[in-house]
Design a protein around this ligand. Structure first.
Ligand code: IMP
Length: 431
């Protein structure tokens, strides 16, 4: 007998450098889902969910958990700071019951250990002028231990004492020299107690989620994967070395769940009507003067996780990843770009670059070596707009806004199916 695959997965991925507003479309898509999965990254990510008018900032738990009947799974690909996860469970519990019935933490997910956080800063210092500008949450060092095939996984918390202490000693032996050189040391006892605290607070949620995922796939139930970070921050396909340490483009985001591509139904690219980036790395349309300040202030572009001011610039369609198979776009901040256009008298969108004497529509991968940042060429849109109150449909948008969206669709050949026209999740036009 041949198996019937029903594509039932909706993936939501940031298509630039993060902070594109995945939470908006994720919360919309999660409403009729059976499972919501987080599959990559750690508490370097941040998104806000809204529950009965309350703002709940989350870093690890998929926001869809707030809906009744929706189960959230933190999958193998995620790296977990146990204290942050427990605080999030406590915070969410003020609004909805969080139990093993609606939250699973994969037994194979890795723990961010205290030395990973210290090593993140030590490694940043070692890089000197090549600093990445990490979030200092220990994400990179934790993934390094995963790749070394050591690392402490959630299931290790359930080992007997002797076996856990032995594994901790192995892990520590890989890092001790560098830690000592920086005047820092941990005892096995410190780490064992850290693990026992993690076990006490999280044990109830730790399990292998495979049977639950399999049941949902076989029933064809909707599964939403809330991506973390974004396409250009992918460790393999992003702007190396200024990336995060996980694969967070659509295929990496799927890989973190253990589910095969045949089940994917939709891959939604989230983007803003302009671009922003935190941390270092190439940003061809970046605006450093007054124009950048206007975007930052009107878009409130300050990090949710670190509070850092974000670098801001025009929307860059050259940097939109073209081979990923995005089926839909969620375009956020259409209201903000309208106001920016009103203040400046124009809005720009990059359509091609001059790079190394060539005219190109492909984002270069060798900027670190050439030391050159491409010069963007722009399509210029005159003036701006204000979104009328009570605007609920594409047809009700100002003509200039419609022209802007149509241009993006024609250029990317991807439909803009979700349009963010205000700060709240309800301020979304769905087509
Ligand atoms: P790390 O993930 O903390 O190692 O940081 C590596 C790079 O990814 C830095 O430039 C961070 O600013 C960036 N980064 C990590 N997570 C996010 C995110 O959720 N949004 C935007 N940038 C991020």
């Amino acid at each position: 007998m041949v198996k019937n695959f029903k594509p039932c997965i909706t993936e939501i991925v940031g298509s630039y450098w993060g902070d594109e507003g995945k939470g908006r479309v994720a919360s919309f898509e999660a409403r009729n889902a059976r499972l919501v999965l987080r599959t990559t990254g750690g508490n370097n990510a941040g998104h806000t969910v809204y529950y009965q008018g309350n703002k709940i900032p989350l870093h690890l738990v998929p926001g869809g958990i707030i809906y009744e009947g929706v189960m959230a799974i933190i999958c193998n690909g995620v790296v977990i700071d146990p204290k942050v996860l427990f605080e999030e469970i406590q915070l969410l519990s003020q609004y909805v019951p969080i139990t093993p019935e609606n939250l699973i933490v994969s037994d194979c997910a890795h723990l961010i250990m205290p030395y990973h956080i210290v090593l993140d800063s030590i490694q940043e210092d070692k890089r000197g002028f090549r600093k990445i500008g990490t979030t200092h949450r220990g994400i990179g060092p934790c993934y390094e231990d995963q790749a070394r095939r050591i690392g402490i996984r959630m299931q290790d918390l359930l080992r007997n004492e002797e076996s856990l202490r032995e594994k901790l000693a192995l892990n520590l032996s890989f890092h001790e020299e560098l830690l000592w050189a920086n005047g820092i040391s941990y005892t096995i006892e410190d780490l064992y107690q850290f693990c026992m605290k993690a076990k006490e607070t999280l044990q109830a949620f730790i399990r292998n989620p495979e049977d639950i995922i399999l049941n949902a796939l076989e029933a064809g139930d909707k599964i939403v994967i809330e991506g973390a970070q974004a396409d250009h921050l992918d460790v393999l396909w992003g702007d190396t070395p200024n990336t995060t340490s996980s694969q967070c483009n659509p295929s990496g985001t799927l890989s973190g769940s253990g589910i095969g591509p045949v089940y994917v139904d939709k891959v939604i690219a989230t983007m803003k009507a302009y671009c922003s980036r935190v941390g270092n790395g190439p940003f061809p349309t970046e605006l450093v003067g007054k124009e950048g300040d206007i975007i930052r202030n009107l878009g409130h572009e300050y990090g949710t996780t670190t509070g850092r001011p974000r670098r801001c610039g025009w929307l860059d369609l050259v940097a939109f990843p073209k081979t990923r198979g995005y089926t839909d776009i969620c375009l956020n901040h259409l209201d903000t770009i309208g106001l920016i256009g009103q203040q400046l008298g124009y809005i720009k969108v990059a359509t091609h670059y001059d790079y190394q004497g060539m005219n190109t529509t492909i984002f270069p991968t060798d900027m670190e070596i050439t030391g050159c940042i491409p010069t963007p060429h722009y399509e210029v849109f005159e003036g701006g707009w204000e979104i009328p109150t009570n605007c609920h449909t594409f047809a009700e948008l100002p003509e200039r806004a419609k022209k802007f969206i149509t241009f993006i669709e024609e250029f990317t050949k991807v439909p803009v199916s979700y349009i963010g026209i205000g700060p709240n999740n309800e301020d979304t036009i769905i087509r």
